[in-house]
Design a protein around this ligand. Structure first.
Ligand SMILES: Cc1cc2nc3c(=O)[nH]c(=O)nc-3n(C[C@H](O)[C@H](O)[C@H](O)COP(=O)(O)OP(=O)(O)OC[C@H]3O[C@@H](n4cnc5c(N)ncnc54)[C@H](O)[C@@H]3O)c2cc1C
Length: 364
C-alpha cells in the first residue's frame, strides 16, 4: 500500500512525485511509456511562456515561482544523477511584430528585465542571425532547459530515492462509494491512500464518469533539430509563431507547429519543410545542413491555458494536476507545490482558486 499513486510520468507527474517524496511519503508512478507522444519529451524547454502577455495572472504567477526554482533544481539533479538537464540563461530575443508594443508594456508592468536592440547593436551581438529592420526585444533573464534530460534525471533521482515505477497502462480507477480503492493494471490492482492523475492530454480518460470532466484536448506540436554548429552566444529567438533554441552542444532545435489532430502524434514532411525553411532564413549558417531529428508531442490544452490543480469531486482521495498546454515545463515545479499544498493541507502563499475543475472558461 502506497501513500500516493501518481498516474503519468511526464514532467508534472515526476515533479509532483518529487515534492511528495521529500515529505517521506511512499510514492508510486504509473507510466504507460509513450515517449513518442508524451509532451514532456517533445518540448523545447523554454522556461517562460513564449508570450507571457497572452496569459492570465494565474499562469504567470506559477510561471514566475517555477523560474526561480529551476536553476537549483537542475544543479541538484545533475550532481545527484550525473545527468545534466542543461539549465542555461540563454535569454530570449523577440523579433519585431505587431505585438512588440504590448510585449514592452508587459515587461515594464511586471518589472521583467528587457532591452530594445536597434539594428546595429543587434548585428554586433548576433551576427549569425538575419539582419533586422525594426528593433528587437531582448529578455535576458529567460532560461532554457533540455526537457528529455530533465525527465531522465528526475526518473533516475526518484528511483534512487525509492519511488516505485510501474511501466504499465493504468486501465481504470476502481472505486467504492466516494473513495478510489485502487488502480487496475494489466495483471494486478495497486492501492494507495491518495491518487493523483498527471496524465497530460490523456487525463480526461482516467476521470470517473461521476466527476466533472476536465476540458483537456491534445494539441500536436512538431519540432526539428539541426546538428551542432558553432554559435558564439546561444540565445533563443522568437520570430512570430516560430522559434529556435540553441543547445549547449551547438545543436539547434526549431519549433513548433500547433495542430488539432486528436491523438495522432505522427510527423509530416510539410511541417519538416516549413520549420527547416524558417530556421534557414533566420540562421543562414543552417543552410545545407540536414536536420537529424524530427518529432511531435501532444500538448494537454485547457480552454483558458490554465492548468487544473485540484481535488476531483465527489471522491475524497482523487486529485488532478494536468492541462498545462504550451507551458507545462515552466509551470511544473510550482504546479507540483500547489498540488502537494492541497494534498497535505499545507498553508500556501499561492491562491489555489484559479486552478479548480469548476470554473468559468475565461479567455487568457
Ligand atoms: C512541441 C512542443 C514544444 C513545447 N515546448 C515547451 C516549452 O518550450 N516550454 C514549456 O514550458 N512547455 C512546452 N511544451 C508544453 C509541455 O511539454 C507540456 O505542457 C508538458 O510536458 C505537459 O506535461 P504532462 O506531464 O502534463 O504531460 P505529458 O508529458 O504528456 O505526460 C503525461 C504522461 O502520462 C502518461 N499517461 C497518460 N495516461 C496514462 C495511463 N492511463 N497509464 C499510464 N500512463 C499514462 C503518458 O504516457 C505521458 O507520459 C511543449 C510541448 C510540445 C508538444
Amino acid at each position: 500500500m502506497f501513500d500516493f499513486i501518481i498516474i503519468g510520468g511526464g514532467i508534472i507527474g515526476l515533479l509532483t512525485a518529487k515534492e511528495l517524496q521529500q515529505t517521506g511519503a511512499r510514492v508510486a508512478i504509473i507510466e504507460k511509456n509513450s515517449p513518442e507522444q508524451q509532451a514532456t519529451r517533445a518540448a523545447g524547454g523554454i522556461l517562460s511562456p513564449m508570450r507571457p502577455w497572452h496569459y492570465s495572472d494565474a499562469v504567470n504567477a506559477i510561471s514566475q515561482i517555477s523560474q526561480s526554482i529551476y536553476r537549483d533544481l537542475s544543479q541538484q539533479l545533475h550532481s545527484a544523477t550525473g545527468i545534466d538537464p542543461e539549465w542555461i540563461l540563454s535569454g530570449m530575443l523577440v523579433l519585431h511584430d505587431e505585438e512588440t508594443a504590448e510585449a514592452i508594456r508587459w515587461c515594464q508592468q511586471h518589472q521583467a528585465a528587457h532591452k530594445m536592440l536597434a539594428a546595429r547593436e543587434f548585428q554586433q551581438q548576433f551576427p549569425y542571425l538575419k539582419p533586422i529592420q525594426q528593433p528587437a526585444l531582448l529578455r535576458d533573464d529567460v532560461a532554457t532547459i533540455r526537457p528529455a534530460q530533465l525527465a531522465a534525471a528526475l526518473s533516475r533521482y526518484l528511483s534512487d530515492q525509492g519511488v516505485r515505477f510501474f511501466k504499465q497502462n493504468a486501465q481504470s480507477l476502481l472505486f467504492n462509494k466516494q473513495r478510489i480503492s485502487g488502480v487496475q493494471l494489466a495483471n494486478e490492482v495497486i492501492k494507495a491512500k491518495e491518487y493523483i492523475i498527471c496524465g497530460g492530454a490523456w487525463s480526461p480518460q482516467l476521470i470517473p464518469a461521476e466527476s466533472p470532466a476536465p476540458e483537456i484536448l491534445p494539441v500536436k506540436g512538431q519540432m526539428i533539430c539541426f546538428p551542432a554548429i558553432g554559435i558564439p552566444k546561444p540565445c533563443m529567438v522568437m520570430d512570430g509563431n516560430r522559434y529556435i533554441i540553441p543547445r549547449l552542444d551547438g545543436q539547434v532545435v526549431v519549433g513548433s507547429t500547433r495542430e488539432n489532430t486528436g491523438f495522432d502524434a505522427s510527423t509530416s514532411p510539410e511541417a519538416f519543410a516549413e520549420l527547416r525553411k524558417f530556421a534557414e532564413e533566420l540562421l543562414p549558417a543552417l543552410k545545407g545542413l540536414e536536420p537529424h531529428a524530427h518529432w511531435a508531442g501532444l500538448r494537454p490544452s485547457s480552454p483558458d491555458s490554465i492548468p487544473y490543480i485540484c481535488r476531483v469531486e465527489p471522491y475524497d482521495n482523487l486529485s488532478l494536476n494536468a492541462g498545462h498546454f504550451r507551458n507545462g515545463i515552466v509551470l511544473a515545479p510550482a504546479s507540483a507545490q500547489v498540488m502537494v499544498d492541497i494534498l497535505l493541507e499545507r498553508s500556501s502563499h499561492i491562491d489555489h482558486s484559479p486552478y479548480q475543475l469548476r470554473r468559468s472558461s475565461s479567455a487568457n
